[in-house]
Design a protein around this ligand. Structure first.
Ligand code: CAA
Length: 700
């Protein structure tokens, strides 16, 4: 037997223990170990077999690193057949998270017991897959087709208590000693001569499913998960559980799984899974770097951003003091927070007493002397360097030694802000995305002098408040906003060249972006970009540049807030509608600029908007602003709603082929000028050597 799976006889109960840290993933040795242990248990004096795990969790799924490699025997279905055919009852004892293949192992067992804190789920859809070892066949047999569809297409885990109500777990065991409880449960089952309950023996009456149910489900999934194939195949697999006998259903599920595991969608989502975890790791930070304790936080500025950030901390039980310039601004800020929580309660997503607990953690002040005992200050005032420097000078005087002083700036020079203090080593950027209590990304900006333990602490705190952190060095706009400039520029240029706003946005939305760039501009307010451009002195003097954004602002069309921008908006529903007036304005501007408008393909829209992201990403890598290409992908997926199923801009570029991207950029350079379309040196080098960003990032 392998050393990651052990088997012992405890009285009349056989105990199989899996021990494959960190999450007991079903690597080949684990599969083989379980198979051997169940086989051995058939021959000894055991009357029932408990399958449990060491460490923090029950089996959390297949070993994702094995996907994309040649299959290795034994496959999981083979192991599950051996479990299911055991002549003695096998009882899964679940703690932590039984996910994916891990939950499928449990479903192949004859009984399942779990501690109350455990969760079970089939998250494969989040990796562009479907449960490939019977999940789509067994869950509907136990919990019903509708519940199975919800569970498997959402991929969200279910708490043990709920799973018990659904029949997916048979017994809840107190949170103290799962293995002892499971042994007792197994003894009781053996003594009572409980039958070998096999989920495969349950059949679903096809007449219980209303006609057209699956077609409707497929249509709903196509709408919900635009452009993704896994949700569609999940519906088909669950349909097979209704229409086919178990073995045929399993075969169908396997075929669909094999199709998905080789899909670009799954490769992209697996890439993001690992990229997200890697992004939090800082390459040159010594492993033994200690972090500082963060027990109390202050937020400077009670606007939308400051309020959202305050909520992030209160949500995890950390007291926050909010600082504003006067009582009026303070009560407005605290009022917005209270309103946001109230909406969450009204939606049923938060209990009223929890809301009060969180509100009690947030206090307000207009006095910097209240900051003497805070461990972390996050400044979230508007984007003005002098103002930020003034605030940091005050923080330097008022905060205790060792307090971390963070700025939530989106663009300003973190080193210039740090220079306003006598402790630049304690200064760092924490760039949240709006709405800060919802958006997952936190760009952590490392100043020239930021201390290692400050970075380690901020990464840790970011994780604690539920953020996905990525590290950036200092530059204008850091990773995300710096790259965005070319994306927005081309979206606007395309209008002058002959596209309608709807055409630009729809092409990118079909690609998978949550919202096209022009509709996004309307949502954020076109005046935001307008003001930012006016403050810049480095933009080329070209009348075509951001022309339509400027024209619209100057006639008072600021976007959704004025009911009109690139589109007009229904005052009641806020639904966007094409506006012939804007189309005429665009044609007039093109004429004034001497641009002959033409018909533009969706392909060109995608290339012209996305290739500047890739090219700027390459520059960011060669300058060492981002640590790795996959960090850029994390920034774009979690901060800018780039479709995870495309893996982020750098992964997408690798899929398109860097040579193709490079050639196209050169073509645009010839057509639209050197100024905007000069290929990055790194892109040129990799395209020439036939390498990918991923290979470059891995050091090969
Ligand atoms: N395979 C390989 N490695 C895995 C893994 C898996 N299934 N799950 C987690 N890991 C690795 C992570 O990459 C991470 O590695 P590093 O420390 O080197 O970065 C480490 O385990 C710890 O993971 P987390 O940081 O995510 O730990 P956590 O405690 O925050 O979360 C978890 C634990 C909830 C189990 C989370 O890791 C998770 O959701 N894992 C994925 C679960 C999943 O998707 N399972 C389905 C797999 S597909 C499948 O099973 C198909 C099938 O039908 C057979």
């Amino acid at each position: 037997m392998s050393n990651v799976v052990s088997y012992e006889l405890n009285g009349n109960i056989g105990i199989i223990r899996v021990n494959n840290p960190p999450v007991n993933a079903l690597a080949r040795v684990v599969r083989q170990g379980i198979l051997d242990a169940v086989t051995e248990a058939q021959k000894d004096a055991s009357e029932a077999i408990v399958l449990c795990c060491e460490g923090r969790t029950f089996i959390a799924g297949a070993d994702i690193t094995e996907f994309g490699k040649p299959p290795m025997e034994p496959g999981l279905p083979e192991v599950l057949t051996v479990i299911e055919n055991s002549s003695k009852p096998v009882i899964a004892a679940i703690h932590g998270t039984a996910l994916g293949g891990g939950f499928e192992v449990a479903l192949a067992c004859h009984y399942r017991c779990a501690v109350a804190s455990a969760q079970v789920g089939l998250p494969e859809v989040k990796l562009g897959l479907l449960p490939g070892a019977g999940g789509t066949q067994r869950v509907p047999r136990v919990a019903g087709v509708k519940a199975a569809l919800d569970m498997i297409t959402s991929g969200n885990p279910i708490a043990a208590g709920k799973a018990c109500e659904m029949g997916l777990v048979d017994e809840i065991i107190g949170d103290t000693d799962l293995v002892a409880g499971a042994i007792q449960y197994a003894k009781d089952l053996a003594e009572s001569g409980a039958p070998l309950k096999r989920i495969r023996d349950i059949s679903i009456d096809p007449a219980s499913i209303e006609p057209g149910f699956f077609d409707k489900a497929r249509k709903e999934q196509a709408k919900r998960a635009r452009g993704q194939i896994a949700p569609d195949r999940i519906v088909t697999a669950i349909e097979a559980a209704v229409t086919l006998p178990m073995d045929k259903g399993l075969e169908r599920e396997r075929e669909l799984f094999k199709e998905l595991v080789t899909s670009p969608e799954s490769a992209a989502l697996r890439h993001i899974f690992f990229a997200e975890r890697q992004a939090a790791k800082i390459k040159d930070l010594p492993a033994d770097t200690q972090s500082r304790a963060i027990n109390k936080v202050a937020i400077i500025g009670g606007g939308t951003m400051g309020g959202g950030i305050a909520m992030c901390f209160a949500n995890v039980g950390i007291p926050v003091v909010m600082v504003e310039i006067n009582d009026e601004a303070l009560s407005r800020g605290l009022g917005i927070i209270s309103k946001n929580y109230t909406i969450t309660v009204q939606k049923g997503k938060l209990a009223a007493d929890k809301m009060q607990e969180r509100l009690d953690l947030i206090t307000g002040t207009t006095n910097y002397s209240a900051l003497a005992d805070v461990d972390l200050v996050i400044e979230a005032v508007f984007e003005n360097l002098e103002l930020k420097q003034e605030i940091f000078a005050k923080l330097d005087k008022g905060c205790k030694p060792g307090a971390i002083l963070a700025t939530n700036t989106s663009y300003q020079d973190v080193d210039a802000i740090a220079a306003a203090t006598n402790r630049p080593q304690d200064v760092v950027g924490m760039h949240f995305f709006s709405p800060a209590n919802v958006m997952k990304l936190l760009e952590v900006v490392r100043g020239e002098k930021t201390a290692d333990d400050v970075l380690a602490t901020v990464m840790q705190v970011g994780k604690k408040i539920g953020k996905i952190c990525a590290l950036s060095r200092v530059c204008y706009g850091f990773i995300g906003n710096r790259m965005l400039s070319g994306y927005g520029r081309e979206a606007q240029m395309l209008l002058l060249d002959g596209c309608t706003p709807e055409q630009v946005d729809s092409a990118l939305e079909r690609f998978g972006m949550a919202m096209g760039p022009l509709a996004m501009g309307d949502l954020a307010g076109l005046d935001v970009g307008y003001k930012a451009r006016q403050a810049r002195t480095d933009l080329p003097d070209n009348p075509k540049l951001f022309r339509m954004g400027t024209v619209l602002v100057e006639i008072g069309r600021l976007g959704q807030k004025t009911g009109a921008g690139y589109y007009k908006y229904d005052p009641a529903t806020r639904a966007r509608m094409s506006d012939p007036e804007v189309e005429k304005l665009i044609q007039d501007e093109a004429r004034k600029l001497g641009i002959e408008q033409r018909k533009i393909t969706d392909e060109e829209i995608i290339e012209r908007c996305l290739y500047p992201l890739i090219n700027e990403g390459a520059k960011i890598l060669e300058e060492g602003i981002a640590q790795r290409p996959s960090d850029i992908d994390v920034v774009y997926v979690y901060g800018y709603a780039f479709p995870a199923a495309k893996g982020g801009p750098m992964h997408y570029a690798d899929q398109v082929g860097l040579k193709n991207v490079y050639n196209k950029i050169n073509e645009f350079r010839g057509r639209y000028g050197e100024q905007y379309w000069k290929p990055a040196a790194l892109l040129e080098k990799l395209a020439g050597s036939g390498k990918t960003f991923a290979e470059w990032g891995a050091g090969s």
